[in-house]
Ligand binder design. Structure first.
Ligand SMILES: C[S@@+](CC[C@H](N)C(=O)[O-])C[C@H]1O[C@@H](n2cnc3c(N)ncnc32)[C@H](O)[C@@H]1O
Length: 236
């Protein structure tokens, strides 16, 4: 599965940012910016990992949010080299690292914050991915997920059950991308966890508190999970 996902992102990388803007009518930029403000302020010397960071737009949103001082070390981690390569012209102050989110080769307890924008839904095993993030965070560290979660209200059920399958894959295809990539997007949302279930999974992994923020009526959600200050529980 992850090999297929990687090949899919490798193939659509060149059109990824443009299609995001067009298919979300520019809302993806607002979702990243608004959710970045959920993070506690990060001071100089902090380390931040943007997991499944792709072309770097979540890093850019945090860097422009006012939550991150200069002097923060950003790592942009992704298993798709073409996606990471497209972050380079954006001149983000971030180091790209090729990695698998399920087996990140990064030191435990080494980050103040981990971001993951639209990445967790793609992992073969969500719980393993969350536990890996928990392990990489310092005690008291924050994990911010922005994601399309399984619809949990009548509006989002209609959106993801009727509108999205009718319009998103054909539009993706018309705009020059592979239709299957956008069929996958809609299917993966419907079979993923709801935001509430995902927050519960974070708590099971050892996160002490969680907060959920709906974006545009629940089309996307941000989930902020904070690791307990004592640093109990980890990769299991
Ligand atoms: C939908 S894109 C999101 C990119 C970026 N975070 C954003 O907000 O636009 C998902 C990214 O997750 C990456 N990805 C998916 N599964 C991964 C895994 N197991 N390890 C590392 N990266 C992964 C893909 O290569 C892709 O770049």
């Amino acid at each position: 599965m992850s090999q297929a996902i990687q090949s899919m992102f490798d193939a659509i990388a060149g059109r990824y940012d443009r299609l995001n803007r067009l298919l979300s009518a520019g809302r993806d930029v607002a979702w990243r910016r608004r959710s970045a403000r959920l993070l506690p302020a990060l001071g100089a010397g902090a380390r931040v990992l943007d997991l499944c960071g792709g072309t770097g737009d979540f890093t850019a949103a945090l860097q422009n949010s006012g939550r991150a001082e200069s002097g923060i070390a950003f790592v942009l981690g992704d298993f798709s080299r073409p996606m990471l390569a497209l972050s380079l012209p954006k001149k983000l102050a971030a180091s790209p690292v090729v990695l698998d989110a399920l087996r990140p080769p990064l030191k435990d307890g080494s980050f103040e914050a981990v971001l993951c924008g639209f990445g967790m839904r793609n992992l073969d095993d969500t719980a393993t991915g969350i536990r890996a993030v928990h392990a990489m965070l310092k005690p008291g560290g924050a994990f911010l997920t922005l994601e399309f979660f399984r619809p949990a209200n009548p509006f989002t059920r209609f959106f993801y059950g009727v509108l999205a399958p009718a319009f998103i894959p054909p539009l993706g295809w018309l705009l020059g991308s592979r239709r299957e990539a956008y069929d996958y997007l809609v299917r993966s949302v419907r079979r993923f966890r709801s935001a509430g279930e995902y927050a519960a999974l974070c708590r099971e992994a050892g996160f002490a508190t969680t907060r959920i923020q709906a974006q545009d009526g629940g089309i996307a959600h941000a989930v902020l999970a904070v690791k307990e200050a004592s640093g109990k529980a980890g990769r299991g």
